[in-house]
Design a protein around this ligand. Structure first.
Ligand SMILES: C=C(O[C@H]1C=CC=C(C(=O)O)[C@@H]1O)C(=O)O
Length: 410
């Protein structure tokens, strides 16, 4: 591949708190959690990938982009210098492209320290892009309604998945359904993003190439030779008051159905990371993670990289985990293709960013929606199905998981 050589310059700036207001209304690029954030404006380079090798191709291409770039980065901290935002399709056969996007301008913020990175084609003039806060556009309300898979069809699919599991073809299958709507022309997608970031500050709020959402699940974070991941699987609704809420968490923590569902997900991540790490530790027992809309069973993993893998190499090794596909992976993927009547696109795929040194942060694209260039919106939510799963409960669980997106647009 012959890549465009880029020149990159990072400088410190005074604090900007409202990163979302800097973004383009129609094409926001965002990665944000709590006080940390990266906002991208414009496109200096866009690379598209597809098929089985979409992530390994991206890892190779990114090495070439970095090798050809001239980078001035006196701050040299997480998120400074050259970086690309990325979103990858869940399935190799998806019609949706996987992308790496290098913005023209990146504004980063962490712990009150702000910086700006300007990126341009080597040999041309640096871009004159002012840092302007654009007020949010007019309010809108979007109703998201069942798409290719109705609630009834989802129940049937869950029942069929349980039958396959009982027949011992497969141990766990993650089945999703879709909701669809249409955004009026000129709608400001930053409104939904603002709602997500305010409502779910402990999640990764992202916007990459029309994919927007707030994910609680860290697929992999690589920083200076250390890696960490947060595996989620197993879900319970929040209680209406403090007592029933504590009871819900306890029920989740002691449920063998959720424990099994969770263990498959942890084992898949451990098996994928082990070849790349010299030591890898996981919390002994899963903990209950409280989100505004639900409880999850969670396990945090930490390791030391042993083979110089970049975060793109690692997402290629990890995807798809059993939190979004199932166990064993190939059989689960075949059943998903058979039972889900839609293309997942980038839902449940890796979304995040990679830097010049290969470090980066990637979430699993959950609690999200894809907005098409013509304003069509498709939201997705799924559940891990195991032997004891009940169709009605799984349907109710998808409703909880849709809540962040449904409320952000409504
Ligand atoms: C597949 C989704 O969630 C996964 C992550 C956490 C908990 C899950 C569960 O309990 O089923 C799923 O494995 C989704 O939100 O669409």
């Amino acid at each position: 591949m012959n890549v465009q050589a880029l020149t990159v310059e990072t400088t410190a700036i005074s604090d900007i708190r409202q990163l979302i207001l800097l973004l383009d209304r129609q094409e926001p690029l965002l990665w944000m959690r709590r006080t940390q954030g990266l906002a991208g404006i414009g496109t200096a380079l866009r690379l598209e990938f597809g098929g089985e090798t979409r992530m390994t191709d991206a890892a190779l291409a990114w090495r070439e982009v970095v090798a050809a770039a001239t980078i001035t980065d006196p701050l040299a901290r997480t998120g400074t210098g050259l970086l690309a935002f990325g979103a990858f399709a869940f399935d190799a056969s998806s019609a949706q492209k996987s992308v790496l996007i290098v913005p023209r301008l990146i504004v980063g913020r962490e712990d009150g320290q702000c910086w700006v990175t300007r990126i341009w084609e080597t040999g041309t003039e640096p871009p004159e892009i002012p840092l302007t806060l654009h007020p949010l556009g007019a309010e809108y309300r979007l109703s998201l309604l069942p798409g290719a898979m109705t609630a009834e069809a989802y129940r049937d699919a869950v029942a069929e998945a349980v039958r396959r599991i009982a027949a011992r073809d497969v141990s766990k299958i993650v089945l999703a359904r879709d909701l669809v709507g249409h955004l009026p022309a000129e709608s400001d997608a930053r409104r939904a993003l603002t709602q997500l970031a305010l409502g779910y500050p402990d999640c990764w709020t992202f916007a990459v190439d029309g994919l927007i959402g707030s994910s609680p699940e860290t697929l992999i974070r690589a920083s200076q030779g250390e890696v960490n991941a947060r595996v989620l699987a197993g879900t319970m609704s929040r209680g209406a008051d403090a007592e029933s809420d504590a009871e819900a968490a306890l029920t989740l923590a002691t449920s063998s159905k959720d424990g099994d569902e969770h263990e498959f997900a942890v084992q898949s991540v451990v098996a994928s990371l082990r070849p790349h790490t010299s030591h890898l530790t996981a919390s002994e027992v899963p903990f209950t993670l409280k989100l505004p809309n639900l409880w999850h069973l969670a396990t945090d993993l930490e390791g030391t990289l042993s083979d110089g893998s970049t975060s793109l190499d690692l997402i290629a090794a990890l995807h798809p985990t059993a939190a979004v596909a199932g166990t064993p992976t190939d059989t689960a993927l075949a059943v998903i293709r058979e039972l889900e009547p839609f293309d997942r696109g980038r839902y449940a795929g890796p979304v995040g960013w990679v830097g010049a040194d290969g470090d980066g942060e990637w979430a699993i694209a959950l609690r999200c929606a894809q907005i098409s260039p013509t304003g069509d919106v498709t939201a997705y939510a799924g559940c891990g199905i195991v032997l004891d799963s009940e169709p009605d409960r799984e349907l109710a669980e998808t409703r909880m998981k849709f809540r962040p997106v449904v409320e952000a647009f409504g």
